[in-house]
Every structure is written in C-alpha cells, then in structure tokens.
Design a binder for this molecule. Structure first.
Ligand SMILES: [Zn+2]
Ligand SMILES: [Zn+2]
Length: 131
C-alpha cells in the first residue's frame, strides 16, 4: 500500500541545499526521497525520547576544562547510573555516564545535566527497544 504523502515547507541553509542537490544528482534520487530518509533516520534515533521503554546507553558531557563535579547530581539517579568517569583530554574534559533504566528517567537526567551545567549533553543509545 502506498503511503499518503504530505507537503510542507522548510527553510534549509543554502550550502546544505547545494550539497543535497549534488548528492541527489550523484545518486540519481529525487530530493524528497533523500529528505524523507534523513528524517526517518532522525526520528528512529530520537524515538526513545517519546516512547517509554527500557533503555541502555551512554551520556557524554564535554566541557572546556571546567572539571565539573557531577557526582551530586548523579547521586539522585543512582538507580539508573551504572558507571561514571571523568577524563581530561588536554584542554577538554569528558564525562561518561553509563545508564540503564526507564527512558523517561534517562531523558530527565539528560535535561537536568544540560540545564544545570549549561553544557551540551549527547546521548548515545546502546540497546534500545522502542518497537
Ligand atoms: Zn577535568
Ligand atoms: Zn532508548
């Protein structure tokens, strides 16, 4: 069965559009198909923010040598935090937090870390069962 398609307007930076056009030409694909595939990849990798499930993954926090001590915050999440380490890589600090548990709780920790320390936190899901 053919899925119904919807048109919607989006604004994309010019350089990105130029690259998209070049890829479409090289791959001989139409742009709608490429954009649709890119969005579906994005949705799949972010599914776990909206669908409750048991999740395992790593939260990665990078800062510029602030040596931030996350222990106080992490102690409130001891039920999902399985491993924590802080490494100094020259002029950057990297915190690795291995988590396992309910996805909503992981999302909550993710948001609190970003808000409290004003740092970008990346979450890399390792074993995710959203479907
Ligand atoms: Zn450090
Ligand atoms: Zn997940």
């Amino acid at each position: 069965m053919r899925e119904r398609k919807v048109r919607f307007g989006v604004s994309i930076p010019q350089k990105l559009t130029e690259k998209l056009n070049r890829i479409a030409e090289a791959m001989q694909l139409d742009r709608s198909r490429i954009v649709s595939e890119a969005i579906s990849d994005y949705v799949r990798s972010h599914d776990h923010y909206i669908v409750e499930h048991e999740c395992r993954g790593v939260l990665i926090v990078v800062d510029a040598s602030k040596h931030i001590d996350l222990l106080a915050t992490l102690s409130n999440y001891s039920d999902i935090v399985r491993f924590y380490n802080h490494a100094n890589l020259g002029d950057v600090c990297v915190d690795m937090i291995l988590v396992a548990g309910k996805s909503s709780k992981i999302t909550q920790l993710h948001k609190i870390l970003e808000k409290t320390y004003k740092l970008t936190v990346r979450y890399v899901p390792i074993a995710c069962k959203t479907t």
